[in-house]
Unconditional design. Sequence first.
Length: 229
Amino acid sequence: MTTIQSGLLALLCFLVLPVQAEVIEVELHYVGPTEGSAWLGVQQGLDEANLQGEFLGQKYSLKPVSADELVTLKSVTALLVAADAEQILAVAQSKQFASTPVFNLTSDSDALRSACLPNLLNIGASQKMKQDAEVQMVAKNPDSKAHAQSWHQDFKKFAARQLNSRFLKTQGVIMDDDAWAGWTAVKMLSGGVARTQSTDASVMLDFLKNVAAFDVQKGGAPLFVTQDN
């Protein structure tokens, strides 16, 4: 074998060796009951994030914490909160988490939308949004009994059918508004980590506030806003 051939063989062997990139460890924090729709949605999102993470060098874990335990947290990428409006607002207004994404998974309170907090991300539709949607539906179909929802088990387009099927198979129940909100929050965060390669809360918040849209199986950006004014 010539010197050139030996060199080419060594180069080829080097090129086909797998690159062992450092795995990004992502710990998400959850405030709320460890049962019910929002919790199941978060679990579904976590499973899918880890499945994708096997190819992207990311590993996700979830740590449930009580409201009292929040003050002990030192490093937080995001907070997923399934609680009433008062508790969600208290967490988002805390100076400790001023630069941390705080996801509202369960409350449709209009007050949370009008609070104008830059770190509060409301996934589902507000009361006003749902009322407006129902009025529009009745205007088009006077005999209908409108009931607005963020998610429905019969959604089929934009891979919604597949999401509903996966959720039912894995969790044993149908996906509803809160379950979709929990899944969506993790989906948005895993997308953020993949794009930014960071677990820093301020980096994540900046990304979430400025990205154009997320693919959450509804054909466009999810129903989340940071403020109404």
